[in-house]
Design a protein around this ligand. Structure first.
Ligand SMILES: [Zn+2]
Length: 377
């Protein structure tokens, strides 16, 4: 651990706070008939004692995940966010805009162009720099943030959207930790990172996406403009209460991880002995760590349904569980479908009424940490 330097401040002091052991790369979905074993890499979260950034420790090089279907919830949140930021006067017509997107999709550029903003080419200065789940994919966090800051025109705004560490802690979302996602931001740590890039937060918006997502607006020279507003201050206060800088709080997620995996496995064993068929839904990266922690195979979970054509014919990394198309939901008539991406729940219920029509249930796989599975069973 001693040789790890913080991805943001280069500090060498920190704590290993979450260790999920050797995990397959959640980005690499092998072909269904690839017998494996799939290569595994340590999956660990480290918390910097200096700047407070929670980050991925090891950095294996992994191939890109096949791009999934964009959940309707992600698209709706983008539209909502653009409306709110525009209402705050931060998206003026004719403003130059640069977007640092996520490799998983979800660009806002079309909507911003419709509002009269003008996209600029790579490397050019912009009045609005948007980073929607992009920054976390950079192994060198300080370099990536410095690059964005350098492109910000005088008076411009940097919009950073992230799944907040506070959500990960308070909702026990330990399986948010994954290879390829190098940083897990608290607003507190991000404020420190921004200061190193001569930026400071001005305001923020919160969204329910992924259980709690923050969109932070930052600019240069906050002091002269009165500093962060009440929304940012309340986020910082909330985080101080949750204890996102406290290694022991994050270590609690380790116990959650083990407990949830055990409960999931136990529940599936019970379903199997009761003769109930169960399928998964959402071949997402966060399902990979859960399936592997729970040591599941296709005898307990015969398949995971996913709408992305790119994932058909593949299997879940580290397991023999195939990914199948939603068309098979009607044929297989599952008694329960475990949804690994809770943001999809409303969408899939209405998209596949045949499941409930045949007496099946949709179950939020993340809710079972709070006993949801036991109640449902
Ligand atoms: Zn640091």
């Amino acid at each position: 651990m001693d040789d790890h330097a913080c991805r943001a401040c280069r500090g060498c002091h920190g704590h290993l706070v979450l260790d999920l052991g050797e995990q397959p790369a959640c980005d690499y979905f092998p072909r269904w008939d690839d017998p494996g074993p799939d290569p595994v890499y340590p999956l660990q979260m480290w918390l910097c004692s200096s700047c407070g950034l929670a980050q991925l420790l090891a950095d294996p090089t992994v191939p890109e995940e096949p791009r999934g279907a964009e959940p309707a919830a992600l698209v709706a949140q983008a539209a909502d966010a653009v409306t709110q930021v525009a209402a705050a006067g931060l998206l003026p017509e004719q403003a130059r805009v640069a977007e640092y997107g996520s490799p998983h999709g979800g660009s806002w550029l079309g909507m911003l162009t419709q509002r009269g903003l003008i996209p600029v080419s790579d490397g050019e200065q912009a009045d609005v720099i948007l980073d929607c789940f992009g920054l976390m994919h950079a192994a060198d966090q300080s370099a990536a943030l410095a690059e964005r800051a350098a492109r910000l025109a005088p008076g411009g705004v940097l919009l950073l959207q992230y799944h907040s560490l506070n959500t990960i802690i308070s909702r026990g979302q330990w399986n948010a930790l994954r290879h390829g996602h190098y940083a897990y931001y608290s607003t507190t740590a991000l404020t420190t990172m921004l200061a190193a890039a001569h930026l400071s937060p001005r305001t923020a918006w919160q969204f329910k996406l992924y259980g709690g997502t923050v969109l932070l607006a930052a600019g240069r020279g906050a002091a002269s403009r009165g500093g962060p507003d009440g929304v940012v201050r309340s986020l910082l206060e909330q985080e101080a209460r949750t204890g996102g800088r406290d290694p022991s709080v994050l270590r609690g997620r380790q116990r959650d991880a083990q407990m949830r995996a055990r409960r999931l496995r136990q529940w599936l064993v019970e379903q199997q002995s009761a003769g109930h068929s169960v399928l998964g839904y959402g071949a997402a990266s966060r399902a990979v760590a859960l399936l592997n922690q729970a040591k599941l195979d296709c005898s307990l979970l015969p398949a995971v349904v996913d709408a992305s054509p790119a994932k058909q014919g593949l299997r879940m990394p580290g397991t023999d569980i195939p990914v199948i198309s939603p068309a098979e939901l009607a044929a297989k008539r599952p008694e329960a479908v475990l949804v690994f991406v809770p943001d999809l729940l409303a969408e899939v219920r209405s998209a596949f009424p045949e499941v409930e029509a045949a007496g099946g249930r949709w179950i939020d796989a993340e809710a079972h940490g709070s006993g949801g599975l036991q109640q449902d069973a």
